[in-house]
Design a protein around this ligand. Sequence first.
Ligand code: ADP
Ligand code: MG
Length: 730
Amino acid sequence: MTQDLKDQARLTAYSRKTRKCSVPVNDQGKYLKVSQYYGENVYNYHLSKSLSLEDKDALKQVIDGKKTITKDLAAKVANSVMDWAITKGATHFCHWFQPLTGSTAEKHDAFLSFDGDRPIEALSASQLMQGEPDASSFPNGGSRATFEARGYTTWDLTSPIFIKEGANGKTLVIPTAFVSYHGDALDTKTPLLRSDLKINEVMTKFCHLIGMKDVTKVHTTCGAEQEYFLIDKAFYFGRQDLVMTGRALVGSLTSRNQQLEDHYFGLIEDRVLAYMQEVEIELYKMGIPAKTRHNEVAPGQFELAPIFKDANTAADNNQIVMTVLRTVALKHDFVCLLHEKPFAGVNGSGKHLNWSMSTDTGVNLLDPGHDPHENFRFLAVVATVVEAVYRHADIIRMGIASHGNDHRLGANEAPPSIMSVFLGDTLTKILESMVSSGKYVASARQTLDLGTRQLADIFKDNTDRNRTSPFAFTGNKFEFRACGSSASIGYPLSILNACIVDIFEESNQIMEQELASGKTSDEALMKVILKWYGNAQAVVFNGDGYSQEWVKEAAKRGLGNMRTTPEAISVLKDSKKTNVLLKTGVFRESEISTRYNVMLERYIKCREIELRTLRQMVMQQVLPAAMEYKSHLSQGIQTTKSAGGDTSVEVEILKTISGLVKDLHDQALVLHNNLESLHGKMDEETISKKIGAELMPASFQVADICNQLEQLLPDNKWPVPKFFDMLFIR
Ligand code: ADP
Ligand code: MG
């Protein structure tokens, strides 16, 4: 970027006006309440005039998984959906799915059709139910040859159909699963749906065993808190690293960044607030219940949290949230960065997955109860979850592995790569004393007798919060905090669910045996609590997860700590560890190797793009700028010298810069050679490990020299926008 362009970018950014969008109003121009327009772009079959009551009932049974859909019913629904959509101005429909790219895919088709010569709108049953995208053009981990590259998208009835508005028209979006010709899942949704079915099966049984006979369905719930950065658009295209990789590969930290702790929950700037409001309006129309908005820890960082929903819809919703955050940002002359670590030195972005299980009778299985029996149930669920995280820590860690997340985990801003569970002092003491005494009396508070006082009341005023744990109990749910901000949550959720199902199957067996031998259901629950908590205590940690002591302590306890993606994904090659995914039916064997190949390939590709971009920035921007300044200094020294002036300072600076230029050139060359040598005889696994262990540290060294130069060069000689430009929104 020339200085002119940089100046222009700054001027543009400094003189931005706050954007006003159109706020929903009624025919008289009066503001609508959110509750009046919430979900207006979501298809609701209950409101359909063309579907009969029997149709609606049949559809409900299909959605509840009790029946499969008939072609006849699908045709009626297709008509009803299309009528609704075209009345609202939609011209096209699309099957919307989540391939293994981590984002979403869609192919639009017009409703336009012909009846003879007459143009009409049409949507057939088969168009609603099935699409046929070319699977070979999506990441498939080498699972299929091109000749059998057909893939199918199939309508997911459990996630609502909605309309997406564009500037000049609207599109009907049909959520679908994406599978191969042989039925292998090529997406994140299919395994998530399978895992939820298994949760339903196992947990309904659990409920029945303990006397909750009215329960007919249990599903997982999820609320995904989304963190993101905003920078002014004027600076974005001046940084090839941001455009190519989403991360600033070089850049020296501003003197004030987040150390004053003044951004978190701070006053939201007008321009940003206007952006958040427009995002929310868009989301409300599509039936996404955005609830919380606030500034995050780093300057330029923010968060949006929705009200939780069933996990499958929450996963779909989160994809839409990410899309809306990005597209609305552009209208406000921002660019929204969803990368896990856009700026070194300040916090990166994560996605907290709040997770629980709910019955169709409205019971949250992680809600501490109001009577002793409910408390037994609650404690048994907690103990089973603890065992699941303990036994399956490695595969859960694998589920959140990505090149972006490698920068966050364990970097003193996010939980480490060690999977542990935070329960808080009260709950830990209750469980510990149960295990040690074998009784249901806890001494958490001196006078606490859990037989008469209820856990729900204790947790109400128990404000225990721990921000440093990857998996924390937060009152009536677990919060899985280690997920990356750009990740699709379907993947970690499906893995977590599989692990929970696995242990609950054992819990159910234990309870069946106990009940068969004449024990009460509370006694059976007690057995489960003692067994799992007694076994898995090592994974419970309530202290500071960011500390070095914990890393040592965790090693002593035998807990895994896979720092990088190459290590974490190698778990997928360990059949002992992946068995849980197979035996619960959440993944097939071929799908596991597909995931391994895709994750490996993606890691290598993303890292190579970063390394090549870094090399280009060094060779084409940083070194030329530094050398130009060198020669500027040298000329100045000569001129001053010949005029008899003192040049000691210039000489000093020149020396430092010359040294750094030499270092930078040398290091960049080493990096270049290493990068070029990667694809010789090495297999991909070796390449990924070499990148993680050698090339990444080398690239940080290169970045470090660049940053030293940035601090020495005059501002007008630095070739790219700085953190100062990007982190503080004007
Ligand atoms: P905090 O901000 O302290 O993390 P909140 O109570 O604001 O906690 O909740 C954060 C997220 O957890 C929200 O998205 C919320 O909807 C979600 N959440 C609340 N209860 C549940 C639940 N039972 N299952 C899943 N998510 C939940
Ligand atoms: Mg939270």
